[in-house]
Design a protein around this ligand. Structure first.
Ligand code: ZN
Length: 457
């Protein structure tokens, strides 16, 4: 048995009722064996002195394949993102570009303390592309729910041009390499966008996913399309809401609709930076909490924003505070408090994220019996010392450079601030993929063709 002892850190278990305390975490193979002070064990010791020890972060919405396109849409609104990334670049991607994109994107996530990602993979133009994305994620060592995209990709294989075709691919993966819900890489479904395909196709996709025992995720931004659709109302009327759905970008949902999602047991992923950067409206974080739900975070698109989940949590918190204070100030009242709290944001980035993925029994907190997904954040750095409130240190100060150690399923993936997999060879592969994709896109009118691509809905 492989034993690792994380010794002497300030531990935030994120278990209900637990407070920060000096403790050790004993890991046996891929499982947490104990969390308590003064553990003596015959184990490899990781000295956690000067660090804050917490469960790995959980990202509930990220298009990991896009790592090779970082920064491409830094000044773009959502429509231009669709045109350049979804309908131009994705059509030019070879399986190898997806593999290296996923490997690099997952290493970026690990570097930033993320141990689980819901990978919304909507560049699946052939079955080989799906395999390549899974391959890249497996190579990184991260835990992921691979959400197989059901949206059409220009130039896709004819077998994937229908919901039935994509369900057949999902069934094949479900029977094959992604059969287990307990493995490091599990399978889910990323539904098509409702305005693009209509509710009948969504019903086919979602009921098909449920028949295969798979969880699903969907965008909730239909109001921004040519012909606005009240997606939550349509899903509700069709009887399709449920606890197995992660809703993304509910910026325009009403309080009543957010309650409806919470009552259905569904979850909400807020992608704070991307939503603000691309004109998607006010992030819903604090309104989800007010509606009785649990908010979670995703980085969404590193074509436009950072890959730091802590950054998403921090920005969500401060924007929520800004908007709440603004409402009071408009009525002539200075705020008496500034919710949501740092502790709440860290809960959203860990255990609530795990809940959203249906995995809170296995990950999201530090408790004996759970999977050993553990991160150490340096609390003695120039930007983090001294510590008065460890939740605040992590949420308001820490950045990926402060993530000292990342352990996923008992395997050390980052140590003393450096990825154990290394970066050099991956970067070379990513650069050569970038060269190929950019040259191919250029031959087809560039990333931003003039006139702009027609959006088909
Ligand atoms: Zn997205």
């Amino acid at each position: 048995m492989n034993r690792v002892l994380v010794k002497g850190g300030t531990v935030l278990t994120m278990e209900p009722g637990d407070r920060p305390r000096l403790a050790d975490v004993l890991i046996e193979d891929d499982v947490i064996a104990a969390v308590e002070p003064g553990i003596q064990a015959d184990a490899d010791v990781i000295d956690a002195t000067g660090t804050i020890v917490l469960p790995g972060l959980v990202d509930t919405h990220r298009h990991v394949w896009q790592a090779g396109l970082r920064g491409l849409t830094g000044d773009s609104v959502l429509k231009d993102y669709f045109r350049s990334i979804r309908f131009q670049a994705s059509a030019m991607y070879r399986p190898e570009d997806i593999r290296v994109g996923n490997l690099a994107g997952m290493l970026e996530a690990i570097d930033a303390g993320v141990t689980t990602v819901l990978d919304f993979c909507h560049a699946v133009s052939t079955a080989e592309h799906a395999d390549a994305a899974i391959e890249g994620s497996l190579e990184s060592g991260i835990r992921t729910q691979f959400a197989l995209g059901f949206s059409d990709v220009p130039g896709q294989d004819a077998s994937l041009a229908s919901a039935e075709g994509r369900l057949a691919l999902a069934a094949k993966l479900r029977e094959g390499r992604l059969a287990s819900d307990d493995a490091l890489v599990t399978l889910g479904i990323a539904l098509s966008d409702l305005p693009e395909v209509g509710i009948d196709r969504i019903r086919t996709e979602l009921t098909g996913a449920r028949r295969l025992g798979l969880r699903s995720t969907t965008n909730g931004l239909a109001i921004l399309f040519h012909e606005p659709v009240d997606d939550l109302a349509v899903f509700d009327e069709a009887g399709l809401l449920g606890p197995d759905l992660v809703w993304v970008h509910l910026n325009y949902a009403t309080a009543e609709q957010l309650r409806m999602v919470a009552d259905s047991g569904g979850s909400v992923a807020t992608c704070t930076e991307a939503e603000m950067a691309m004109g998607m409206g006010r992030p819903a974080t604090e309104r989800v909490l007010e509606a009785g739900g649990h908010c979670t975070f995703g980085c969404d698109v590193t074509t436009s924003v950072s890959g730091s989940l802590l950054q998403q949590a921090r920005t969500a918190m401060q924007v929520g505070r800004l908007l709440a204070a603004d409402e009071g100030m408009a009525a002539g009242r200075a705020p008496e408090s500034v919710p949501p709290s740092c502790e709440t944001m860290l809960r959203a980035a860990t255990i609530w994220g795990a809940e959203a993925l249906g995995q809170s029994a296995r990950i999201g907190s530090l408790r004996a019996g759970k999977q050993a997904d553990v991160i150490l954040v340096r609390a003695d750095a120039v930007n983090t010392a001294p510590v008065h409130d460890p939740y605040a240190t992590v949420i308001t100060q820490a950045h990926p450079g402060n993530i000292d150690t990342v352990i996923i399923a008992g395997e050390v993936r980052k140590r003393a601030g450096a990825l154990t997999a290394g970066w050099g060879p991956v970067r070379e592969a990513l650069e050569s993929s970038k060269e190929y994709v950019a040259a191919t896109v250029e031959k087809n009118g560039g990333f931003f063709p003039d006139p702009p691509l027609y959006l088909p809905w």
